[in-house]
Design a protein around this ligand. Structure first.
Ligand SMILES: *Cc1c(COP(=O)(O)O)cnc(C)c1O
Length: 389
């Protein structure tokens, strides 16, 4: 049999970090001491109180059966309580909350419920690649919204032509933003909601970093804005907040029509989140103010200070992110990000991600993940200081 790729699969954008991955693997295989700021995955373990709840729940036979549907009643109630306490937003647990197997799953499946061939999906560039792949699997067409430094890494909605806007069904936003670390001011969310109303577009706001704020100010939910739930859904994840990337747990909240469609797609493709993981998730979310979680932010903050100050000392024009565990650093002397990444790895055994892999407007930036401890971060800065840029 001659197995051939489906047409849709061939439309997926190429993975643009092949070169850096290859070089990193080569360096590690050659026995070099590589300091890797590439991966967006927390390096410290899931807090013990969450693991303990999981251990208990896994021993209960009641956890072992299918977990069909949109998440347990108790878990959705815990999400509603969190959302009210954190954002002052009251959600209906029956119609405005859907539990997900990680937000990547929900992001990938949402367009399948909403998009027909010919429909447009507006995606930020640079941006998380699943906004694009989900659209392609659904048969839709992506239009990139460039995020630029001049516009504070917010899309310029006024630059979207009315013809494109009329064909658009979903507008992806991601604040706090990966890779830039930018947060959206309330005024931008208001503008996006007005735009979405005018053109009848669903806003899908991806917020996995909303608890990873690095300053005093807590990022807002788009649902805090009056009328937002008429046009918006928001994705929240346990992955980054609680060091639970491998557990696969997230939820979507907001517009009930969109969530009903997402739930319909999901009910045909998956059978819900393991009940023991949902129990652990309840423990995590109820414990969001515990010192372990507060300390995670403080840890990233300390690493950020070491990295940002260190880079500034050696002449990199670094601005401090408001949230996320990324430092989005402008390359020294206007250098191209591919060149900077190549030299950081070849000459200093330091891995950073080239903005060029995310798109044109990011070409002169590189992304550092704050996933190396302070000592290793300091060591990396010292090595980079040894290079002549
Ligand atoms: C990490 C990340 C996700 C995926 O989170 P999961 O809940 O682990 O699937 C989604 N969006 C962005 C922007 C991310 O950085």
């Amino acid at each position: 049999m001659n197995v051939q790729s489906a047409e849709k699969l061939t439309q997926l954008p190429p993975y643009l970090f092949v070169e850096i991955d290859q070089r990193k693997d080569d360096a590690i295989r050659a026995g070099r001491d590589v300091i890797d700021f590439g991966v967006g995955d927390p390096d410290t373990p899931t807090p013990q109180f969450i693991i303990d709840r999981m251990s208990q729940a896994i021993a209960d036979p009641g956890s072992h059966t299918y977990a069909f549907g949109i998440g347990s009643e108790a878990f959705r109630q815990t999400i509603v309580t969190y959302f009210h306490k954190r954002f002052g937003v009251s959600l209906d647990p029956q119609s405005e909350v859907v539990v997900l197997l990680g937000s990547k799953e929900g992001i990938g499946h949402l367009p399948i419920g909403l998009i027909d061939p010919g429909d447009v999906v507006l995606v930020p560039e640079p941006g998380y690649p699943v906004y694009v792949s989900g659209t392609i699997f659904a048969g839709g067409t992506c239009r990139a919204m460039p995020l630029t430094e001049e516009n504070h890494w917010l899309p310029d909605l006024a630059a979207i032509s009315p013809e494109v806007a009329r064909r658009a069904k979903i507008l992806w936003l991601n604040y706090p933003n990966n890779p830039t670390g930018a947060c959206a001011p309330r005024s931008f969310f208001e503008e996006a909601i007005a735009f979405a109303r005018e053109y009848d577009i669903l806003i899908a706001q991806d917020a996995p970093y909303c608890e990873l704020y690095l300053g005093e100010e807590k990022p807002q939910s788009i649902l805090e804005i009056d009328g937002a739930r008429d046009v918006a859904v928001e994705f929240h994840s346990f992955s980054k907040t609680f060091n639970m990337t491998g557990w696969r747990l997230a939820f979507a909240v907001g517009n009930q029509d969109a969530l009903r469609l997402l739930a319909k797609v999901k009910s045909n493709l998956d059978s819900g989140v393991f009940k023991a993981v949902q129990a652990a998730g309840m423990e995590a979310l109820s414990g969001i103010d515990r010192p372990e979680i507060v300390e995670l932010r403080a840890m990233y903050r300390r690493r950020l200070d070491v990295l940002a100050n260190g880079l500034r000392d050696i002449g990199w024009p670094v601005t401090t992110p408001e949230a996320t565990f990324y430092l989005w650093a402008k390359c020294p002397d206007g250098l191209d990000s591919r060149e900077v990444c190549r030299r950081a790895l070849d000459e200093a055994d330091v891995v950073v991600i080239p903005g060029a892999g995310f798109g044109k407007t990011a070409e002169r930036f590189v992304r550092f993940s704050l996933t190396q401890n302070e000592a290793r971060t300091r060591e990396a800065v010292e090595r980079l200081a040894g290079l002549k840029w």
